[in-house]
Ligand binder design. Structure first.
Ligand code: NDP
Length: 482
């Protein structure tokens, strides 16, 4: 006998969305000239209109950030900066429900994730970095490390507020000021964060938020007043940024794409592994740069794992992101849905076998059922390219060395997972994997103290932990970043 889940919708009455937003420059909201709509991807309802920032808006924001850096922020002690970060962290906790509902409305991800993962991690990032602000001189970050000045920060749509926290918290802790551009489809929580900066009485101009599209991001990258760039997004745009700053003295960290290998050895605990595979690829609709999007499973247990995985996938609840029972929400945009559909069709054409559970997907909004492709070969595009959706490609191996070779055989090197009961096997595999983050018997676990970043086309430098702080300091001894 199975029980149906009754609807359990979270109320959206806690958020109040303005019909139109401007930019946040020098501590105030300033009107934009042109605007574009931002929609709820689960319903296609227009939520608000966001200002499209041009070069002059970016220029004003950089001037405000420079002035704030020279006149105020660089003059404060680390202890005083830390107090502001603590204050921001506490306000974020107090307003957590408001942020969670707004993020779910604007992004399409389930409330269960925004409430239990995104927003708590956002607050944790500010708390963690608040603790560092007065200890930079004693942390092995070089002699008396100094801030760069103004940091230009460009973030994607998959974890909108969390990516803001990954960028803003270390920048402020290390004494930099900020001009940040959120992604076009998910600006609302960044604009609510601007209100938090006002509420925390952060000095004017320390955080500036200019909304817009790729051209706005490009104006930030190319502005001569920016000394450090922090970018998270596609490898394609990351390469453009690398080219744009190649002949300048701008420093940069780039967090780019991935095609994470989730490797399952024959001694892995089957039920826990299946749960880890589901979490690895279906968390956040698979819109995760470090997703375990390639399952590389030992041939002798492949059949059992796939069979159990399908049973588990049939229990994934796809639907209203505001419903507290929902596991898989909406795809963030029409463009992203088209990309997922195109790459999945390529998987079919290349001869892989597609399977999805029966799902009742709404006609309104952007939806894609959880999907697994078996019989995938290394040459297939679905084994090489980032799909950035709820689509898993399964490959098999016979020897541990074959697993390593297959895992490393992509242009990326961001994340990997190892499932085995043997500690020695886990250590051996982790030494052979070219991935910046490796999880053992778990997947998609994040902590502000843990550095995050990739090899090869997955990017430059690290964010988080002491490594992430170093990337914002002139004498910071960080490796990998420009
Ligand atoms: P982008 O890399 O285009 O977007 C990331 C951010 O960069 C956004 O704020 C974007 O603005 C901005 N941007 C776009 N062009 C430029 C530019 N020339 N200079 C500076 N900033 C720029 O990712 P998309 O949103 O287009 O997604 C495309 C693909 O990228 C996805 O399908 C996925 O595969 C991958 N991706 C990977 C992410 C990761 O975390 N590794 C995150 C997001 C996407 P705007 O939003 O206005 O375009």
């Amino acid at each position: 006998m199975t029980f149906e889940y009754a609807p359990a919708p979270e109320s959206r009455s806690i958020v109040s969305i303005k019909p139109k937003y401007g930019h946040f420059i020098n501590g105030s909201f300033v009107a934009g000239k042109k605007h574009f709509p931002t929609i709820n991807p689960a319903t296609e309802e227009i939520l608000s209109h966001i200002a499209l920032g041009g070069a002059s808006d970016v220029d004003k924001a950089v001037m405000a950030a420079q002035k704030a850096y020279t006149k105020t922020w660089s003059k404060l002690s680390g202890k005083e900066r830390g107090k502001y970060l603590y204050r921001i962290a506490r306000i974020l906790q107090e307003r957590a429900r408001e942020f969670a509902v707004l993020e779910t409305l604007d992004n399409g991800k389930p409330i269960r994730e925004t409430r239990d993962i995104d927003i708590p991690l956002v607050a944790a990032h500010f708390f963690y970095h608040a603790g560092w602000a007065d200890k930079l001189d004693y942390a092995g970050l070089g002699h008396s490390p100094k801030a760069y000045g103004v940091a230009g920060q460009i973030i994607p749509w998959n974890f909108p507020l969390l990516m803001l926290a990954w960028k803003v918290a270390p920048a402020l802790a290390t004494g930099n000021t900020v001009v940040l551009k959120p992604a076009e489809t998910t600006s609302l929580t960044a604009l609510l964060f601007a209100e938090v900066c006002q509420q925390a009485e952060l000095p004017d101009g320390v955080v500036n938020i200019v909304t817009g599209d790729g051209s706005t991001g490009s104006a930030i990258v190319n502005h001569p007043g920016i000394h450090k760039i922090a970018f998270t997004g596609s490898t394609e745009v990351g390469k453009k940024i690398a080219r744009a700053i190649a002949s300048t003295d701008k420093k940069a960290t780039l967090e780019l794409g991935g095609k994470g290998a989730n490797i399952v050895f024959d001694d892995a605990p089957v039920d826990e592994t299946v749960e880890g595979i589901v979490n690895g690829i279906f968390f956040n609709q698979g819109h995760v740069c470090c997703a375990g999007s390639r399952l590389i499973v030992q041939e002798s247990i492949a059949e059992e794992i796939i069979e159990k995985l399908k049973v588990r996938m049939a229990k994934i609840r796809v639907g209203d992101p505001l419903d507290k029972n929902t596991d898989l929400g909406a795809i963030n945009s029409k463009e992203q849905l088209i990309k997922i559909k195109e790459l999945s069709a390529i998987g079919d054409a290349e001869g892989a076998e597609r399977w999805s559970p029966q799902c009742n997907l709404s006609n309104k909004g952007f939806w894609f059922a959880p999907t697994v492709f078996t019989g995938v070969t290394q040459a297939n595009r679905i084994a090489q390219e980032e799909i950035f959706g709820p689509v898993l490609s399964v490959l098999t191996f016979r020897t541990p060395q074959e697993a390593m070779d297959k895992a490393n055989n992509t242009p990326f090197g961001l994340s990997a997972g190892i499932w085995s009961e043997k500690g020695s096997r886990i250590f051996w595999a982790s030494q052979h994997l070219k991935a910046g983050v490796i999880w053992a018997n778990t997947f998609n676990k994040f902590d502000p103290a843990s550095p995050f970043g990739g090899y090869k086309e997955s990017g430059w430098g690290r964010e988080g932990g002491k490594h992430g702080l170093a990337a914002y300091l002139k004498n910071g001894k960080e490796t990998g970043a420009k």
